[in-house]
Design a protein around this ligand. Structure first.
Ligand code: ATP
Ligand code: MG
Length: 534
């Protein structure tokens, strides 16, 4: 069996882990000997510097440094433009980062690493998941699974907690995951080795980055009040301010106050921030996490008394305000068994092991039963065997509602979103709807797939669309059955059946305008392969 690694591709830090055959995961260090690698890329001519060295250069060479790209995954604007004019999209920057992580893992493990499981925030939608898969491909990795970060964390935590031979029993767990760029809350049941997510929600633009931003504003205002220039006016000064704010923020997790030294335009100023002040200026951010957390509990039809354990994941949960919030809401001490910044990668390594074993089993089975027979197994089947039932199954849910743009029969100009698979449905999920042609001799059917809960199209996102040739029927009103599905990775598929004959017409190749096209992928693959990553 080749080694499949688990990768936590984070907004600020990434980590790689691998599990041995007994189901025990461990971190694979990078070439610098660090457990986690800053998700920072610096362009230096033909060379791409990744990790700590690039992060250190963010202050001195801010224009050559690209970071926080996870925030922009699935968006089409370039995040970096090279001197020679090449525009880099977020996938490609992530691809470069993953290439470096892959090389480091190969060095440490002493064998090639060709397959990986990559984690994403549970709240990532189809486009962002697809963009993450593409980033893996660009790095030369076969991405066996995309898995939700909170689910991976719960799995690593569960395995670490289970001592006996039998299935892990934790009860109902709430995972509060506040990282560098994203926030996720997931409620799951862990009973007798079955891991089952019941509800999830989040904000993909809420993380330590925003706490840094609040502190930056405070510091900059204080500096300006003392007669200094506006540090946000200059990219180098702003990068330095961000760096100092982040360090002060970390200090405030351990100390009641921090002092920041700012100098610019001939002005030098020492600014003191107390933890109390920091909590005051970021109170609104923290409250956003509370609102989302309470919403998820409601979705799961639970109150805090129904939660047995609260698991804190992500570096930002080290802030005392987060722990205080959780204790106040839940009346419980949160769990901090495994390091907040490693637990997601460790869980990803377990999913990777599961995927590898299932793949191996499927290939073995094929040899005996021939290619026609079903060789499918469910997530967790591989681990069930290796961990003697500590893990038996892993079931996740969709974080987004899936639907389509629908035209009202009474008024063709009136379009709305009809939800087909509501959010928090267990995946894989499949549902069919029958639609009727609007015209006599209609020869094509256009399907626009949406993500979002609202009926109003202004509040949902059209993730892809496709036009398919259909058999012509003389009269309008011919039935066509559209089957929507979310696969285990949370990625959308759409198939079509002729309702009159019952024949499958095929799968819609959804055009995803926000993802890289085949040609762009080919070009970027080539560039990433050629780049020397340091
Ligand atoms: N001691 C600390 N006090 C406060 N914040 C901290 C501390 N240590 C780390 N952080 C913050 O945690 C964040 C990084 O956490 P983590 O590595 O979990 O995020 P990530 O995986 O990069 O992001 P995401 O999961 O959102 O993509 C950064 O914003 C960092 O400033
Ligand atoms: Mg993370």
């Amino acid at each position: 069996m080749t080694r499949v690694v688990g990768i936590d591709l984070g907004t600020t830090y990434s980590a790689v882990a691998v599990a041995d055959r007994s189901g025990s995961p461990s971190i694979v260090r990078n070439r610098e000997g660090e457990n986690i690698t800053p998700s920072v890329v610096m362009f230096q001519g033909e060379t791409v510097v990744v990790g700590s060295q690039a992060k250190r250069s963010a202050v001195t060479a801010p224009d050559d440094v690209v970071q926080f790209v996870k925030r922009y995954m699935g968006e089409t604007n370039p995040v970096y433009q090279s001197e020679s004019g090449t525009a880099y999209r977020p996938e490609e920057i992530s691809g470069l980062l993953l290439k470096r992580l892959k090389e480091d893992a190969e060095m440490m493990l002493g064998e090639p690493v060709e397959q990986a499981v990559i984690t994403v925030p549970a709240y990532f939608d189809d486009v962002r998941r697809r963009a993450t898969q593409d980033a893996g491909k660009l790095a030369g990795l076969e991405v066996l699974r995309i898995v939700n970060e909170p689910t991976a964390a719960a799995l690593a935590y569960g395995i670490a907690e289970s001592d006996g031979e039998s299935g892990t029993e934790i009860g109902t767990v709430l995972v509060y995951d506040l990282g560098g760029g994203t926030f996720d809350v997931t409620v799951m049941r862990v009973v007798d080795g079955d891991y089952e997510v019941t509800a999830t929600d989040g904000d993909r633009n809420l993380g330590g980055f925003d706490w840094d931003g609040a502190l930056m504003n405070f510091l900059n205002d204080a500096f300006m009040a003392a007669g200094g220039p506006d540090l946000n006016e200059d990219s180098a000064l702003q990068a330095e301010l961000r760096d100092k704010a982040e360090i002060a923020k970390r200090t405030l997790s351990n100390a009641p106050q921090a002092v920041v030294m700012l100098s610019a335009g001939g002005k030098h100023e020492q600014i003191r921030v107390t933890r109390e002040k920091f909590e005051e200026i970021s109170a609104e951010l923290l409250d956003r996490t509370r609102i989302i957390t309470e919403g998820v509990l409601q979705e799961a039809r639970l109150d805090w008394s129904g939660i047995d354990k609260v698991l804190l994941v992500g570096g930002s949960t080290r802030m005392p305000m987060v722990q205080a919030l959780i204790e106040r809401l839940s009346d419980k001490e949160p769990e901090r068994g495994i390091s907040q910044d490693e637990v997601v990668a460790l869980g990803a390594a377990l999913v990777a092991l599961d995927a590898a074993v299932r793949k191996e089993d499927a290939e073995e089975k094929k040899k005996y039963v021939g290619s026609g027979a079903s060789t499918e197994s469910a997530p967790g089947d591989g681990l069930a065997r290796l961990t003697k039932g500590k893990v038996k199954s892993i079931k996740d849910v969709t974080s987004q509602s899936l639907g389509m743009v629908t035209t009202r029969e009474t008024n063709r100009n009136d379009q709305y979103n009809s939800v087909i698979i509501p959010h928090n449905t267990s995946v894989p999920a499949k549902k069919s709807e029958t639609f009727y042609t609007l015209d006599d001799m209609q020869s094509r059917l256009r399907v626009q797939v949406t993500e979002g809960h609202d009926e109003d199209l202004d509040y949902v996102k059209v993730v892809g669309e496709s036009t398919l040739d259909i058999p012509q029927y003389p009269k309008a009103g011919a039935p066509f059955e559209v089957t929507y599905s979310y696969d285990v990775d949370g990625i959308i598929h759409v198939e079509l059946k002729d309702g009159t004959t019952g024949k499958w017409i095929g799968e819609f190749e959804l055009e995803r305008p926000d993802n890289l096209g085949a040609e762009e992928m080919a070009e970027a693959t080539d560039r990433v392969a050629r780049a020397a990553t340091l």
